[in-house]
Design a protein around this ligand. Structure first.
Ligand SMILES: C[S@@+](CC[C@H](N)C(=O)[O-])C[C@H]1O[C@@H](n2cnc3c(N)ncnc32)[C@H](O)[C@@H]1O
Ligand SMILES: [Zn+2]
Length: 170
């Protein structure tokens, strides 16, 4: 009987708690994971107690309680994946070639909003240490670098600020 090797494994991370790791190699732009956004938080479907850190804050106030394994993806200031919606499904895509064994990380500030400041433990050479959740609080050079990674809903919601960034009127 043949079996398919799982692409990802969930285990303890040096960055924080539990993380997601590549169990196979991925090439740049390859789909690493399709995100399950089926649990939309509302009055009838509240966030389970203590699960706030496993929520994703999306367009027009939409909050999703993330499922496994994506709920365990940690942040890095030197990420190897990003998220892009395609055909209504949010896909985690490789930013570059990823080797088996590497932790899968994205930069939480890409498509990030809000006013939360937290301390990063990613260990990357260009770690920003004090992380403000909003994309437009990133250093300008990083905002420009990350522009192509922004998801469609974020581009729509923050159209004017993105335009200002492109035209240099910031
Ligand atoms: C979506 S969870 C990621 C999975 C988490 N490691 C766990 O064990 O449940 C997001 C939370 O993980 C932690 N986290 C993720 N990336 C981090 C980082 N680079 N530095 C410090 N904490 C991080 C923060 O507490 C954050 O609120
Ligand atoms: Zn960092």
């Amino acid at each position: 009987m043949s079996s398919v090797k799982p692409a990802l494994i969930v285990r303890e991370s040096e960055i924080n708690g539990t993380g997601v790791f590549a169990d196979i190699g991925f090439s740049a732009a390859q789909v690493v994971l399709a995100i399950d956004d089926s649990y939309v938080v509302d009055h009838e479907h509240p966030v389970p107690s203590g699960e706030e850190e496993h929520c994703d804050y999306l367009e027009v106030g939409k909050t999703v309680w993330m499922q496994a394994p994506e709920r365990y993806i940690n942040h890095s200031c030197e990420p190897n994946v990003f998220v892009r919606t395609s055909g209504g499904i949010r896909l985690v895509l490789a930013l570059r070639e990823i080797e088996a064994g590497e932790e899968i990380t994205y930069d939480y500030c890409v498509n990030g909003h809000g006013d939360v400041v937290w301390t990063c433990n990613c260990g990357a050479a260009r770690c920003r240490h004090a992380i403000h959740s909003d994309f437009f609080h990133l250093p300008l050079n990083l905002q420009k670098e990350y522009l192509p990674l922004l998801d469609e809903w974020f581009r729509k919601e923050r159209r004017q600020e993105i335009e200002n960034l492109k035209t240099g009127t910031v």
